[in-house]
Ligand binder design. Structure first.
Ligand code: ADP
Ligand code: MG
Length: 629
């Protein structure tokens, strides 16, 4: 029998390798930026069109390539960065696998222009699907420009697999930010569809963080600085009173390479334990320097995972360093020599007293205990099966908080938000008919009573119903907003003094995409500036004072859950608006308000659940009451 094994042709092998290296436009961005850094560039430009589908171009002023290298760089396993296996243990460069350009050229149209300083003329190479189609001597500046067009042109399945532009550009910006944070001493800029999104001057780490994430970051950062025999840890963490509702800016770098490591992430969270409320997240920008021979970065083609020799010791060092820094800033201001004087704290802020974090320990918390059931066993209690699986222990805690609030005297003293990030957002269940004739006889004459400023109790035909005032009102508002946003029924109040909404570049890109939808609701916007967006009008339902808060919450909703299509976007906006504006637990309601909620809830299309999938009411059957006697 004849032999059947053969070597795959290069272009096929390259395409297979591309499957691992080039997963989406952001992977190309990462590889090209890293190559520019390895080439010692100090000014790097990224240009993107159509979220990278049409164009990704990186232009650097680095060392460039010789005429021969310009062709060789597209070969598989062609690298100038290592020569033999022992070099793997002394890596100083980002790249070393020699796969990126070969993989990218296998799945896109690539044109490369490059020149070394010592050469008078440079080289231009055009290559697509691993085939070189043009090779030319050209006049070009020192450095390298690589343009990647029509990504996945020869793999339609991959192309179709790409997510919306919103999602892809977010991934690209994330890669850009990671590289830019790891190299604050280099100048980076990014253009999206010809608009400059980032322009980052060379500076120190703190300036870089502020340039990317906005000025408000400046006052939130606490420096980290720890030198030990096995590692050095430097960077910044955020103060415990500036934690975020969503998992925000969390960056780990090892030898200036962004990595993901759940174990070390845990070390940081552990240091915050007792200082921040559960369900909130600190930001951190942590840089570890470790001797290259004690780590293995070769375990993943995109090199974002790393194995450490001394993982346990590193965990302990990180945890104690972070704890130490957090403790220190509470006692005395930390001297930070990287401070940028131009970003100094405003005068009135300087006068504010620092306050020590309060430690809150839930002594009754038992991680092994299942969540307390809040629905009764009644046959007509709301069915939430389609939302199964979202119940979390944090809810138990929140319920306890709410209990505290309801005993307060003042009407509006405390409110509790049901935030979108605590629960699953997708609402797919069929409208439920069960309650449609619930009040047939009693609704008009039925008396309501408010219990503990949290529930509205009313009698119904079959017994009693307890309505959760906050969730019920959120449901009512949600359906109302959803209709408005779908119908584009704008009813706007123009503001005499426009509001300045401060957002960073990444968030601005997210918002710009949804401005037409927000305008459909009644918001209106003026100029966008470096620091944010001007808000010139808000929907009539929203008091002017709540305008920015509502927009912030909508932004949070969008960050949590990037909309896949219009209906999803409408849902996020309506749900977050409802959650911001609804009547909260802890608010005393008069009889008219109680009845209003009761009546409006039961004409909703889906009265049984809040916009975030939690039960809005519980009913107790008369039979059940009878059984108790
Ligand atoms: P690796 O980075 O792992 O070596 P790549 O496929 O990314 O593999 O690049 C192959 C080689 O091409 C690099 O080793 C380097 O010599 C050269 N190269 C790539 N990009 C640039 C650039 N922007 N400037 C100079 N040389 C480059
Ligand atoms: Mg590379």
């Amino acid at each position: 029998m004849s032999d059947i094994i053969q070597l795959l042709p290069d272009h096929v092998a390259n395409q297979i390798a591309a499957g691992e290296v080039v997963q989406r436009p952001a992977s190309v961005v990462k590889e090209l930026l890293e190559n520019a850094i390895d080439a010692n560039a100090n000014d790097i430009k990224l240009l993107v069109k159509d979220a990278g589908r049409t164009l990704i171009q990186v232009i650097d002023n680095g060392m460039g390539m010789s005429s021969n290298d310009a062709i060789k760089c597209f070969d598989r396993h062609a690298t100038s960065k290592i020569k033999d296996a022992k070099d793997l243990f002394e890596l100083q460069s980002k790249g070393f696998r020699g796969e990126a350009l070969a993989s990218i050229a296998a799945v896109a149209h690539v044109s490369l222009r490059t020149r070394k300083e010592s050469d008078e003329l440079g080289k231009e190479i055009t290559i697509a699907g691993s085939e070189i189609s043009k090779e030319e001597v050209v006049a070009t500046p020192v450095g390298t420009s690589i343009a990647v067009k029509n990504l996945f042109f020869n793999i339609p399945a991959r192309r179709n697999f790409l997510k919306s532009n919103n999602v892809e550009i977010k991934h690209i910006m994330e890669e850009f930010q990671r590289v830019a944070l790891a190299h604050p001493d280099l100048c980076f800029s990014m253009y999206n569809n010809d608009n400059e999104v980032f322009h980052l001057e060379a500076g120190n780490l703190k300036q870089r963080i502020v340039a990317i994430f906005g000025k408000k970051m400046d006052e939130r950062l606490v420096p980290i600085n720890e030198q030990t025999d096995i590692i050095s840890a430097t960077g910044y963490i955020t103060k415990s009173d500036f934690v975020k509702k969503r998992r925000g800016e969390q960056f780990f770098f090892v030898n200036q390479r962004f990595i993901k490591n759940g174990y070390l992430h845990h070390a940081i969270l552990n240091a915050y334990e007792g200082l921040i409320p559960s369900g909130t997240h600190p930001s951190y920008f942590l840089f570890l320097e470790i001797p290259p021979d004690t780590i293995d970065i070769n375990i993943h083609p995109t090199k974002t995972e790393i194995k450490f020799e001394n993982e346990k010791a590193i965990y302990a060092i990180i945890r104690s360093t972070v704890k130490h820094s957090l403790g220190q800033y509470n006692v005395a201001p930390v001297l930070d020599f990287n401070r940028d004087a131009s970003l100094d704290i405003p005068y009135d802020y300087q006068k504010k007293k620092t306050h020590s974090p309060t430690i809150e320990v839930d002594r009754s918390f038992n991680p092994f205990e299942a969540e307390t059931k809040i629905t009764s066993s009644s046959s007509s209690s709301p069915k939430t099966s389609s939302f199964g699986g979202f119940a979390r222990p944090t809810n138990t805690k929140k319920e306890a908080w709410e209990e505290l609030y309801v005993n307060l005297e003042s009407d509006t003293a405390k409110v509790v938000h049901e935030t979108p990030n605590e629960v699953e957002i997708t609402i797919e269940s069929e409208p439920q008919q069960v309650e449609s004739n619930l009040f047939e006889e009693d609704i008009d004459t039925g008396k309501t009573i408010q219990i503990q400023k949290k529930y509205i109790l009313s009698t119904i035909k079959s017994g009693m119903v307890y309505i959760h005032q906050q969730r019920a009102h959120a449901r009512i508002l949600y359906e109302d907003f959803l209709e408005k946003v779908q119908q584009q029924e704008r009813a706007s109040q123009q503001l005499l003094f426009p509001l300045q909404w401060q957002v960073n570049a990444m968030d601005k890109a997210l918002i710009v995409e949804v401005i037409p939808t927000l305008e459909g609701l009644g918001f209106s916007f003026g100029a966008t500036t470096d620091n944010g967006i001007e808000v010139t009008g808000v929907p009539t339902e929203i008091p002017e004072s709540k305008g920015l808060e509502t927009l912030e919450d909508i932004l949070l909703g969008l960050q949590e859950d990037i909309p896949k299509e219009n209906s999803h976007l409408h849902h996020i906006i309506a749900a977050t608006m409802a959650s911001t504006l609804c009547i909260k637990t802890g608010k005393k309601l008069d009889l008219i308000e109680q009845e209003d909620i009761l009546n409006k809830l039961f004409i909703c299309a889906e009265p049984t659940i809040s916009p975030f999938g939690k039960p809005t009411f519980v009913s107790v059957d008369i039979d059940e009451i009878n059984k108790k006697f």
